[in-house]
Design a protein around this ligand. Structure first.
Ligand code: SF4
Ligand code: SF4
Ligand code: SF4
Length: 273
């Protein structure tokens, strides 16, 4: 009897530990999912590059608090609007406890005094990176991401007049312009197409939020995901800074020709023994 009781206890303990291990595994896999940073996450202004940001951010939430308390986060009727910066929770598929924003929900309003940045105690938000020549905070220097236009779903590319994204941009005519293009097929109509300029766009996402299509045809991606890299071996011959590179390349070529010539002369030299 004692033996069967012992066995029952043993089985119960074993099942309990197996159950706990399985539950632990599930929780861990959920946790590690959150720990793996989503490459598509948008961070507050002046955030360090993603890997460095994740190491530096101490998850204190001060940036999100400073953002939520903005007057700009009040609706017209005076009620509180959800702040731009959210702190990631389980299920958000971002590193838990880190700040992020989703432009279609609430974009960054590009506050002049950028209150979210100076409160950061860890340097995860790098204030010097958005200081202007006068050492003042300048939100126009922020690079939270880059807006990209999906031509197939942007109705301006269908010839329908729409400038919602252009009008929503706080740096209109610089970060985003409307470019005229003739409709070659009809010869009578024209397109007015939104073009984003990557050197100016801050990635605030106001254009994404304003877009009229069912799923925004203009949307912000983190810079790394939105841009390509041509590589050093391509040279724009007409670009001022590339002219020197062309000259250097010619010099190297001439030098190589010379050394090839020197080498063949050397090999053809008559050697006296
Ligand atoms: S600059 Fe953007 S993220 Fe910072 S407080 Fe203003 S709305 Fe929030
Ligand atoms: S204030 Fe800085 S350290 Fe705190 S949550 Fe925001 S980014 Fe992270
Ligand atoms: S994200 Fe859109 S609205 Fe914001 S600066 Fe860039 S183009 Fe303008």
């Amino acid at each position: 009897m004692a033996t069967s009781n012992n066995r029952r206890k043993f089985m119960a303990t074993t099942f309990q530990s197996v159950g706990l291990t399985a539950l632990g595994g599930l929780l861990w896999s959920g946790y590690s999912d959150e720990v793996k940073a989503s490459p598509l996450v948008l961070r507050p202004p002046a955030a360090l590059p993603e890997d460095d940001f994740l190491k530096a951010c101490i998850k204190c939430g001060l940036c999100a608090e400073a953002c939520v308390n903005r007057e700009s986060n009040q609706n017209r009727d005076g009620s509180q609007r959800k702040g731009t910066l959210q702190m990631a929770k389980g299920g958000d598929h971002r590193m838990i406890g880190t700040p992020f924003f989703v432009p279609t929900d609430v974009p960054c309003y590009m506050c002049d005094d950028v209150p979210c940045v100076p409160v950061c105690p860890s340097g995860a938000l790098d204030m010097p990176s958005i200081l202007n020549e006068k050492k003042e905070l300048d939100i126009n220097k922020a690079k939270m991401g880059l807006a990209v236009v999906h031509k197939e779903s942007c109705i301006a590319f269908w010839g329908i007049q729409c400038d919602a994204c252009y009008r929503a941009c706080p740096i209109m005519d610089e970060a985003i312009t409307l470019e005229y293009q003739k409709n070659e097929r009809t010869g009578k109509h024209a397109f007015l197409l939104p073009v984003v300029h990557s050197d100016i766009c801050t990635g605030c996402g106001l254009c994404e939020q304003a877009c009229v299509t069912e799923k925004p045809a203009i949307f912000v991606l983190p810079i790394e995901q939105a841009t390509g890299v041509a590589g050093d071996h391509y040279v724009k011959g007409w670009d001022k800074k590339d002219q020197q590179r062309v000259q250097n390349a010619n010099e190297i070529h001439t030098k190589n020709e010379r050394s090839k010539q020197d080498a063949s002369e050397y090999l053809n030299m008559e050697v006296e023994y």
